[in-house]
Design a protein around this ligand. Sequence first.
Ligand code: BES
Ligand code: MN
Ligand code: ZN
Length: 491
Amino acid sequence: MSDLVFTTKTGAPESHKTSCLVVAMSKTKSLPVALENLDSALGGALTRVIKSKDFSGDTKQIVSLAATDQFPRLILLGLGENPVQAPKTRQAVATLWSAASKTKAKDLVIDFSAANIEAGCDVAQIVAQEITTGTYSYTRTVSNPKPGSSIKKVTLLVADKNEIASTKAALLSGQAIGTGINYARELANLPGNICTPTYLADQATELANTYSSISATSLGEAEMRELGMNSLLSVSAGSDQEAKLIIMQYKGNSATDTQHCLVGKGITFDTGGISLKPGAKMDEMKFDMGGAASVFGTLQALALLNAKVNVVGIVAAAENMPSGSATKPGDVVTSMAGLTIEILNTDAEGRLVLCDALTYAERFSPLSVVDIATLTGACVVALGHHATGLYANNDTLAAELIAAGEQTGDRAWRMPLWDEYQSQLDSPFADMGNIGGPAAGSVTAACFLSRFTKAYSWAHLDIAGSAWNSAPKGATGRPVALLTQYLTKQP
Ligand code: BES
Ligand code: MN
Ligand code: ZN
């Protein structure tokens, strides 16, 4: 778990001793009644700053005031229009952290008593998750990284003693999810020369060594050949790095042996292979294991939460390179499921590793299987960077995943998997081609996967647009929050 301490207390904001008091307010033209005593303690400073319109409560607005001996700094945080919705609350807390973390403060006490928050928006979970992710920075290959914040403790004030227990649980949940997100970001941010398939397999061993609820194994290329995973192996054929199929098991519910599966695309670098990608921004293809990273992050979050569920995480890890031994356009391979595939474009490699991993998942008789993949540039064209593309062969599963995304600010949008699209994959030389032409590229990629997932309830998350940002460049850790929220609600 990240080492910031999150805690909760009752009492009026002016009654606490802290190096930085934070008061969150929705949009207002006058002093909220809940802050009258605080205003008196400050000699009317709050009234003045609101009257003068220096502070109006707009989303992400921050005004810092020198305050009293008891709380030398006061930050007013704007949340926006009443009632405040969860996405605005998230943005505001993230902005608060970037401002507060730059001060010399040792702790924060945060008061939401004057904020009018929409029902169903869990402020405690949001505060812990956004602040935890706010503490992350990539330092692994940087010589003189910026030092972290001096803040060691964050206290969220609540109105009533009987809210303490539920608030603590929500803070823990937000911190665990935030820690899992940061782990996923770190793995995805690592360069391709460090984060290889073997490195990911070692990470699985490390997770298993750290958490007694997690066990891990991995298969090498010889074992995968034995299983007939020729589609997956066709992707690593041109690489000096051995492909790995990584299997991690989180056991949180010993009362049952039912389990759910997560399957992550783990292309540790995607050059495109013989269908070589253009040079511009090719470095970003180190993020092509973002799906795999989210499986690692989700399992860590579940372990930190002691979530009462059983989950198998499967990662299909390979490097996609051109070479004399690489797969060529027109090559035909037989997948583990026995279906033949004409590889028309070696850059459509994600579906080739996933189809065998999805067939492998059948052996767990899973209640549900969710695959996560930076699968198609076409998904970025369709949905941009805000929504993950969601496909499913089961409406209940789709609805649960969408709800989990809404709840955690990690949203997904459902896309069609209609039969009409399937014929775009027809091939004269095999059971299917691995590309479906220029139209609906994200949909036809999902159609390809759907042919290997008939045995169970399945969803596919295309995170090509949501897994990383290009400016500033960095992994987002999505969809760890969505997946953790979904799984903690499962039997
Ligand atoms: N990893 C890429 C998808 C991708 C591209 C994600 C850009 C994010 C940004 C994937 O392996 C790929 O190359 N897909 C091809 C498929 C095409 C050849 C059918 C694509 O999207 O161009
Ligand atoms: Mn590719
Ligand atoms: Zn790829």
